[in-house]
Design a protein around this ligand. Structure first.
Ligand code: GLA
Length: 391
Protein backbone atom coordinates (compact mmCIF):
# COMPACT_ATOMS: atom_id res chain seq x y z
CA UNK A 1 0.00 0.00 0.00
CA UNK A 2 2.88 2.33 0.82
CA UNK A 3 4.35 1.80 -2.62
CA UNK A 4 0.96 2.29 -4.28
CA UNK A 5 0.44 5.71 -2.72
CA UNK A 6 3.97 6.95 -3.35
CA UNK A 7 3.83 5.78 -6.96
CA UNK A 8 0.41 7.35 -7.44
CA UNK A 9 1.63 10.64 -5.98
CA UNK A 10 4.40 10.59 -8.58
CA UNK A 11 2.13 9.42 -11.40
CA UNK A 12 -0.88 11.68 -10.77
CA UNK A 13 0.62 14.78 -9.25
CA UNK A 14 4.22 14.50 -10.44
CA UNK A 15 5.38 14.76 -6.84
CA UNK A 16 7.92 12.85 -4.78
CA UNK A 17 6.49 11.75 -1.40
CA UNK A 18 7.87 13.75 1.51
CA UNK A 19 5.73 12.03 4.15
CA UNK A 20 3.92 8.69 4.28
CA UNK A 21 1.59 7.92 7.21
CA UNK A 22 -0.60 4.98 8.20
CA UNK A 23 -3.53 4.74 10.61
CA UNK A 24 -5.46 1.55 11.48
CA UNK A 25 -9.16 0.87 11.88
CA UNK A 26 -10.48 -0.51 15.14
CA UNK A 27 -12.78 -3.06 16.61
CA UNK A 28 -14.52 -2.17 19.86
CA UNK A 29 -14.55 -5.18 22.21
CA UNK A 30 -17.02 -3.69 24.71
CA UNK A 31 -18.37 -0.24 25.69
CA UNK A 32 -20.78 0.74 22.91
CA UNK A 33 -22.52 4.11 22.65
CA UNK A 34 -20.82 5.11 25.87
CA UNK A 35 -18.09 7.36 24.46
CA UNK A 36 -20.30 10.38 23.75
CA UNK A 37 -21.73 9.89 27.24
CA UNK A 38 -18.21 10.21 28.71
CA UNK A 39 -18.25 6.53 29.66
CA UNK A 40 -15.89 3.58 29.28
CA UNK A 41 -14.82 1.80 26.07
CA UNK A 42 -12.38 -1.00 25.22
CA UNK A 43 -11.28 -1.09 21.58
CA UNK A 44 -8.19 -2.39 19.83
CA UNK A 45 -6.58 -1.21 16.61
CA UNK A 46 -6.66 -3.84 13.84
CA UNK A 47 -4.41 -4.85 10.96
CA UNK A 48 -6.40 -3.00 8.31
CA UNK A 49 -5.41 0.56 7.69
CA UNK A 50 -5.40 3.73 5.66
CA UNK A 51 -2.16 4.98 4.11
CA UNK A 52 -1.49 8.52 2.90
CA UNK A 53 1.45 9.87 0.91
CA UNK A 54 1.94 13.63 0.77
CA UNK A 55 4.13 16.43 -0.54
CA UNK A 56 3.86 20.08 0.53
CA UNK A 57 2.58 22.88 -1.75
CA UNK A 58 3.26 26.58 -1.46
CA UNK A 59 -0.16 27.86 -2.58
CA UNK A 60 -2.51 26.93 0.30
CA UNK A 61 -4.31 24.30 -1.78
CA UNK A 62 -5.01 20.74 -0.62
CA UNK A 63 -5.23 18.42 -3.63
CA UNK A 64 -6.31 14.91 -2.69
CA UNK A 65 -6.81 11.72 -4.66
CA UNK A 66 -8.48 8.57 -3.34
CA UNK A 67 -7.21 5.46 -5.14
CA UNK A 68 -10.10 3.35 -3.87
CA UNK A 69 -12.86 5.76 -4.87
CA UNK A 70 -11.03 6.87 -8.03
CA UNK A 71 -11.90 10.43 -7.16
CA UNK A 72 -10.01 13.69 -6.70
CA UNK A 73 -10.80 16.90 -4.83
CA UNK A 74 -9.15 20.27 -4.51
CA UNK A 75 -9.69 22.20 -1.27
CA UNK A 76 -8.78 25.79 -0.49
CA UNK A 77 -7.23 25.91 2.99
CA UNK A 78 -8.33 29.54 3.39
CA UNK A 79 -12.02 28.69 3.07
CA UNK A 80 -12.65 25.07 4.08
CA UNK A 81 -16.28 24.03 3.92
CA UNK A 82 -18.23 20.78 3.86
CA UNK A 83 -18.91 19.21 0.47
CA UNK A 84 -20.87 16.24 1.73
CA UNK A 85 -18.44 13.60 0.43
CA UNK A 86 -15.34 11.65 1.50
CA UNK A 87 -13.12 14.73 1.25
CA UNK A 88 -14.92 16.21 4.29
CA UNK A 89 -12.75 14.01 6.52
CA UNK A 90 -9.59 15.49 5.00
CA UNK A 91 -10.94 19.01 5.22
CA UNK A 92 -11.94 18.32 8.84
CA UNK A 93 -8.35 17.36 9.72
CA UNK A 94 -6.96 20.59 8.22
CA UNK A 95 -9.78 22.69 9.74
CA UNK A 96 -9.22 21.23 13.19
CA UNK A 97 -5.48 21.99 13.04
CA UNK A 98 -6.30 25.57 12.02
CA UNK A 99 -8.84 25.89 14.84
CA UNK A 100 -6.10 24.90 17.27
CA UNK A 101 -4.04 27.81 15.98
CA UNK A 102 -1.69 25.88 13.70
CA UNK A 103 -0.64 27.11 10.32
CA UNK A 104 -1.26 24.29 7.81
CA UNK A 105 0.75 24.02 4.60
CA UNK A 106 -0.95 23.14 1.32
CA UNK A 107 -0.31 19.60 0.09
CA UNK A 108 -0.81 17.01 -2.60
CA UNK A 109 -2.12 13.83 -0.98
CA UNK A 110 -2.90 10.33 -2.21
CA UNK A 111 -4.97 8.00 -0.01
CA UNK A 112 -5.70 4.29 -0.07
CA UNK A 113 -7.17 1.91 2.49
CA UNK A 114 -7.68 -1.77 3.25
CA UNK A 115 -10.64 -0.82 5.46
CA UNK A 116 -13.99 -1.33 3.82
CA UNK A 117 -16.02 1.90 4.05
CA UNK A 118 -19.18 1.78 6.14
CA UNK A 119 -18.23 -1.57 7.67
CA UNK A 120 -18.14 -0.29 11.23
CA UNK A 121 -14.35 -0.66 11.49
CA UNK A 122 -13.83 3.07 11.64
CA UNK A 123 -12.53 3.89 8.19
CA UNK A 124 -13.34 7.58 8.69
CA UNK A 125 -11.25 8.00 11.84
CA UNK A 126 -8.37 6.11 10.20
CA UNK A 127 -8.55 8.54 7.27
CA UNK A 128 -8.64 11.53 9.62
CA UNK A 129 -5.70 10.31 11.71
CA UNK A 130 -3.54 9.39 8.69
CA UNK A 131 -4.23 12.71 6.97
CA UNK A 132 -3.64 14.77 10.10
CA UNK A 133 -0.30 13.04 10.74
CA UNK A 134 0.70 13.79 7.16
CA UNK A 135 -0.35 17.44 7.33
CA UNK A 136 1.32 17.90 10.73
CA UNK A 137 4.58 16.42 9.43
CA UNK A 138 4.50 18.48 6.21
CA UNK A 139 3.72 21.63 8.22
CA UNK A 140 6.42 20.75 10.81
CA UNK A 141 3.96 20.74 13.70
CA UNK A 142 5.35 18.67 16.59
CA UNK A 143 2.06 17.06 17.69
CA UNK A 144 1.81 14.00 19.91
CA UNK A 145 -0.45 11.10 18.91
CA UNK A 146 -2.72 12.08 21.78
CA UNK A 147 -3.05 15.62 20.40
CA UNK A 148 -3.74 14.21 16.94
CA UNK A 149 -6.48 11.95 18.34
CA UNK A 150 -8.13 14.88 20.13
CA UNK A 151 -7.94 17.13 17.06
CA UNK A 152 -9.30 14.46 14.71
CA UNK A 153 -12.22 13.97 17.09
CA UNK A 154 -12.84 17.74 17.16
CA UNK A 155 -12.87 17.86 13.35
CA UNK A 156 -15.21 14.89 12.97
CA UNK A 157 -17.55 16.23 15.63
CA UNK A 158 -17.69 19.92 14.75
CA UNK A 159 -16.68 20.16 11.07
CA UNK A 160 -18.25 16.99 9.69
CA UNK A 161 -20.93 17.28 12.40
CA UNK A 162 -21.22 13.63 13.42
CA UNK A 163 -21.54 14.28 17.17
CA UNK A 164 -19.49 11.16 17.91
CA UNK A 165 -17.20 10.40 20.85
CA UNK A 166 -13.45 9.82 21.07
CA UNK A 167 -13.51 6.02 20.66
CA UNK A 168 -12.43 5.77 17.03
CA UNK A 169 -9.60 8.34 16.78
CA UNK A 170 -8.17 7.23 20.13
CA UNK A 171 -8.10 3.57 19.07
CA UNK A 172 -6.55 4.41 15.70
CA UNK A 173 -3.93 6.80 17.07
CA UNK A 174 -3.00 5.08 20.34
CA UNK A 175 -3.48 1.35 19.66
CA UNK A 176 -0.73 -1.05 20.69
CA UNK A 177 0.09 -4.44 19.13
CA UNK A 178 -1.26 -7.33 21.19
CA UNK A 179 -3.30 -5.01 23.40
CA UNK A 180 -6.75 -3.51 23.77
CA UNK A 181 -7.16 -0.03 25.26
CA UNK A 182 -9.40 0.67 28.21
CA UNK A 183 -10.35 4.30 27.70
CA UNK A 184 -12.21 6.47 30.16
CA UNK A 185 -13.89 9.01 27.90
CA UNK A 186 -14.46 11.44 30.79
CA UNK A 187 -10.84 12.04 31.83
CA UNK A 188 -9.48 10.54 28.58
CA UNK A 189 -7.12 8.22 30.43
CA UNK A 190 -5.92 5.22 28.43
CA UNK A 191 -4.77 1.90 29.92
CA UNK A 192 -3.20 -0.75 27.68
CA UNK A 193 -4.74 -4.17 28.40
CA UNK A 194 -2.72 -7.20 27.20
CA UNK A 195 -4.76 -9.68 25.14
CA UNK A 196 -4.35 -13.27 26.28
CA UNK A 197 -3.06 -15.96 23.93
CA UNK A 198 -5.86 -18.13 25.25
CA UNK A 199 -8.41 -15.90 23.56
CA UNK A 200 -9.03 -15.15 19.92
CA UNK A 201 -11.40 -12.49 18.65
CA UNK A 202 -13.18 -12.92 15.32
CA UNK A 203 -14.90 -10.14 13.36
CA UNK A 204 -17.76 -11.02 11.01
CA UNK A 205 -19.00 -8.53 8.45
CA UNK A 206 -22.75 -8.45 8.00
CA UNK A 207 -22.42 -6.72 4.63
CA UNK A 208 -25.20 -4.36 5.69
CA UNK A 209 -23.88 -0.86 4.98
CA UNK A 210 -24.34 1.77 7.66
CA UNK A 211 -25.30 4.30 5.00
CA UNK A 212 -28.53 5.46 6.58
CA UNK A 213 -27.31 5.24 10.15
CA UNK A 214 -26.06 8.78 10.67
CA UNK A 215 -29.48 10.26 11.41
CA UNK A 216 -30.32 7.49 13.83
CA UNK A 217 -26.94 7.87 15.54
CA UNK A 218 -27.63 11.56 16.12
CA UNK A 219 -31.08 10.63 17.42
CA UNK A 220 -29.47 8.41 20.08
CA UNK A 221 -27.01 11.18 21.04
CA UNK A 222 -29.97 13.59 21.44
CA UNK A 223 -31.98 11.04 23.45
CA UNK A 224 -29.11 10.74 25.93
CA UNK A 225 -28.83 14.53 26.23
CA UNK A 226 -32.58 14.86 26.83
CA UNK A 227 -32.53 12.12 29.45
CA UNK A 228 -29.73 13.92 31.29
CA UNK A 229 -31.81 17.11 31.35
CA UNK A 230 -34.81 15.20 32.73
CA UNK A 231 -32.62 13.64 35.42
CA UNK A 232 -31.43 17.12 36.35
CA UNK A 233 -35.03 18.37 36.46
CA UNK A 234 -35.85 15.59 38.91
CA UNK A 235 -32.76 16.42 40.99
CA UNK A 236 -31.31 12.94 40.38
CA UNK A 237 -28.04 14.44 39.28
CA UNK A 238 -26.25 17.77 39.83
CA UNK A 239 -27.13 20.69 37.52
CA UNK A 240 -23.45 20.85 36.61
CA UNK A 241 -23.38 17.24 35.31
CA UNK A 242 -21.94 17.14 31.78
CA UNK A 243 -23.09 13.69 30.73
CA UNK A 244 -24.83 10.46 31.75
CA UNK A 245 -21.53 9.38 33.28
CA UNK A 246 -22.54 11.40 36.33
CA UNK A 247 -25.17 8.70 36.97
CA UNK A 248 -24.42 5.17 38.21
CA UNK A 249 -26.54 2.13 37.44
CA UNK A 250 -27.76 2.23 41.07
CA UNK A 251 -29.79 5.31 40.03
CA UNK A 252 -31.84 3.26 37.53
CA UNK A 253 -34.92 2.65 39.74
CA UNK A 254 -35.23 6.40 40.40
CA UNK A 255 -34.66 7.18 36.71
CA UNK A 256 -37.39 4.77 35.67
CA UNK A 257 -39.90 6.89 37.58
CA UNK A 258 -39.05 10.11 35.71
CA UNK A 259 -38.16 8.98 32.15
CA UNK A 260 -40.51 7.75 29.47
CA UNK A 261 -40.03 4.03 28.70
CA UNK A 262 -37.91 4.49 25.54
CA UNK A 263 -35.63 7.07 27.18
CA UNK A 264 -35.27 4.83 30.21
CA UNK A 265 -34.16 1.92 28.04
CA UNK A 266 -31.49 4.09 26.36
CA UNK A 267 -30.15 5.22 29.72
CA UNK A 268 -30.26 1.69 31.12
CA UNK A 269 -28.07 0.55 28.24
CA UNK A 270 -25.52 3.31 28.77
CA UNK A 271 -25.22 2.92 32.56
CA UNK A 272 -25.08 -0.88 32.54
CA UNK A 273 -22.65 -0.86 29.61
CA UNK A 274 -20.16 1.14 31.68
CA UNK A 275 -20.42 -1.59 34.34
CA UNK A 276 -19.94 -4.25 31.66
CA UNK A 277 -16.63 -2.71 30.54
CA UNK A 278 -15.30 -3.07 34.10
CA UNK A 279 -16.71 -6.60 34.39
CA UNK A 280 -15.28 -7.65 31.05
CA UNK A 281 -11.83 -6.22 31.84
CA UNK A 282 -11.78 -8.00 35.22
CA UNK A 283 -12.98 -11.34 33.82
CA UNK A 284 -10.48 -11.12 30.99
CA UNK A 285 -7.59 -10.24 33.32
CA UNK A 286 -8.44 -13.27 35.48
CA UNK A 287 -8.58 -15.57 32.48
CA UNK A 288 -12.30 -16.20 33.07
CA UNK A 289 -13.19 -16.31 29.41
CA UNK A 290 -16.62 -17.88 29.88
CA UNK A 291 -17.54 -14.95 32.13
CA UNK A 292 -16.05 -12.44 29.69
CA UNK A 293 -18.15 -14.05 26.93
CA UNK A 294 -21.25 -13.79 29.09
CA UNK A 295 -20.62 -10.05 29.47
CA UNK A 296 -20.45 -9.73 25.67
CA UNK A 297 -23.77 -11.56 25.31
CA UNK A 298 -25.43 -9.32 27.88
CA UNK A 299 -24.02 -6.30 26.07
CA UNK A 300 -25.54 -7.56 22.82
CA UNK A 301 -28.96 -8.03 24.39
CA UNK A 302 -28.80 -4.52 25.79
CA UNK A 303 -27.84 -3.05 22.39
CA UNK A 304 -30.62 -5.02 20.71
CA UNK A 305 -33.45 -4.51 23.19
CA UNK A 306 -32.64 -1.29 25.09
CA UNK A 307 -30.56 0.79 22.70
CA UNK A 308 -32.23 -0.74 19.65
CA UNK A 309 -29.34 -0.47 17.22
CA UNK A 310 -29.21 -4.06 15.92
CA UNK A 311 -30.54 -5.52 12.67
CA UNK A 312 -31.50 -9.15 11.89
CA UNK A 313 -28.14 -9.87 10.21
CA UNK A 314 -26.18 -8.82 13.33
CA UNK A 315 -28.53 -10.77 15.60
CA UNK A 316 -28.09 -13.85 13.41
CA UNK A 317 -24.26 -13.62 13.34
CA UNK A 318 -24.22 -13.54 17.15
CA UNK A 319 -26.75 -16.35 17.56
CA UNK A 320 -24.95 -18.63 15.11
CA UNK A 321 -21.56 -18.10 16.77
CA UNK A 322 -22.91 -18.37 20.32
CA UNK A 323 -24.44 -21.75 19.49
CA UNK A 324 -20.93 -23.12 18.83
CA UNK A 325 -19.19 -24.66 21.89
CA UNK A 326 -15.88 -22.90 21.09
CA UNK A 327 -17.48 -19.45 21.19
CA UNK A 328 -17.61 -17.73 24.60
CA UNK A 329 -19.76 -14.81 23.52
CA UNK A 330 -20.59 -12.36 20.75
CA UNK A 331 -21.92 -8.86 20.22
CA UNK A 332 -22.30 -6.28 17.50
CA UNK A 333 -19.44 -3.79 17.44
CA UNK A 334 -19.45 -0.10 16.48
CA UNK A 335 -22.55 2.00 16.08
CA UNK A 336 -24.82 -0.83 14.87
CA UNK A 337 -27.55 -0.81 12.21
CA UNK A 338 -25.10 -2.81 10.06
CA UNK A 339 -21.33 -3.27 10.05
CA UNK A 340 -19.68 -6.03 12.08
CA UNK A 341 -19.97 -8.39 15.02
CA UNK A 342 -17.13 -9.45 17.34
CA UNK A 343 -16.81 -12.93 18.84
CA UNK A 344 -14.62 -14.15 21.72
CA UNK A 345 -13.55 -17.70 20.84
CA UNK A 346 -11.24 -20.45 21.97
CA UNK A 347 -8.06 -20.30 19.79
CA UNK A 348 -8.28 -24.05 19.00
CA UNK A 349 -11.86 -23.72 17.82
CA UNK A 350 -11.53 -20.39 15.99
CA UNK A 351 -11.56 -21.91 12.50
CA UNK A 352 -14.56 -24.10 13.33
CA UNK A 353 -16.52 -21.09 14.66
CA UNK A 354 -15.55 -19.10 11.60
CA UNK A 355 -16.83 -21.91 9.31
CA UNK A 356 -20.05 -22.19 11.31
CA UNK A 357 -20.69 -18.45 11.02
CA UNK A 358 -20.10 -18.47 7.28
CA UNK A 359 -22.30 -21.52 6.69
CA UNK A 360 -25.11 -20.37 9.00
CA UNK A 361 -25.17 -16.85 7.61
CA UNK A 362 -25.20 -18.07 4.01
CA UNK A 363 -28.08 -20.44 4.81
CA UNK A 364 -30.10 -17.63 6.41
CA UNK A 365 -29.37 -14.74 4.05
CA UNK A 366 -28.17 -16.33 0.82
CA UNK A 367 -24.88 -14.46 0.78
CA UNK A 368 -21.53 -14.72 2.53
CA UNK A 369 -20.30 -12.93 5.64
CA UNK A 370 -16.55 -12.33 5.67
CA UNK A 371 -15.01 -13.56 8.94
CA UNK A 372 -11.47 -12.67 10.04
CA UNK A 373 -9.28 -13.08 13.13
CA UNK A 374 -8.50 -9.83 14.91
CA UNK A 375 -4.81 -9.01 15.13
CA UNK A 376 -4.53 -6.24 17.70
CA UNK A 377 -2.16 -3.87 15.98
CA UNK A 378 -0.03 -0.80 16.57
CA UNK A 379 -1.65 2.61 16.36
CA UNK A 380 -0.88 5.17 13.69
CA UNK A 381 2.69 5.99 12.67
CA UNK A 382 4.79 7.67 10.03
CA UNK A 383 6.46 5.28 7.60
CA UNK A 384 9.94 5.66 6.14
CA UNK A 385 9.68 7.38 2.77
CA UNK A 386 10.78 5.13 -0.08
CA UNK A 387 12.97 6.72 -2.72
CA UNK A 388 10.45 6.84 -5.55
CA UNK A 389 11.24 9.70 -7.88
CA UNK A 390 8.59 11.83 -9.56
CA UNK A 391 7.56 10.67 -13.02
C1 GLA B 1 -19.47 5.02 16.09
C2 GLA B 1 -18.87 6.34 16.59
C3 GLA B 1 -18.13 6.13 17.92
C4 GLA B 1 -19.01 5.40 18.94
C5 GLA B 1 -19.62 4.14 18.31
C6 GLA B 1 -20.62 3.47 19.24
O1 GLA B 1 -18.44 4.14 15.74
O2 GLA B 1 -17.98 6.87 15.64
O3 GLA B 1 -17.71 7.38 18.41
O4 GLA B 1 -20.00 6.25 19.44
O5 GLA B 1 -20.28 4.44 17.10
O6 GLA B 1 -19.98 3.00 20.38
Amino acid sequence: MQQRVTQALAGRFDRRAEVVARAPGRVNLIGEHTDYNQGLVMPCAIDRETVVAGAAREDGVLRVASLDLEDEASLDLASLRRRGDWSDYLAAAAWSLQQAGHSVAGADLVVTSSLPRGSGLSSSAALGVAVMQTLAALSELPLSMREIADLVWHGECDFVGVGCGILDPYASALGRAGHALRIDCRDRSVVEVPLSERATFLIAQSGVPRALAEGRYKERVAECEDALEKAKGAALVAESAESLRALASTALPALEAVLDPAAFRRVRHVLTENDRVEEFAAAFANGELANAGDVLQRGMRSLRDDYQVSVPELDALCEIADAHPACHGSRLTGAGWGGCTVHLVDPDGADAVSDAIEAGFAAAFGRSAEVAKVRASAGASLLPVAGVSAA
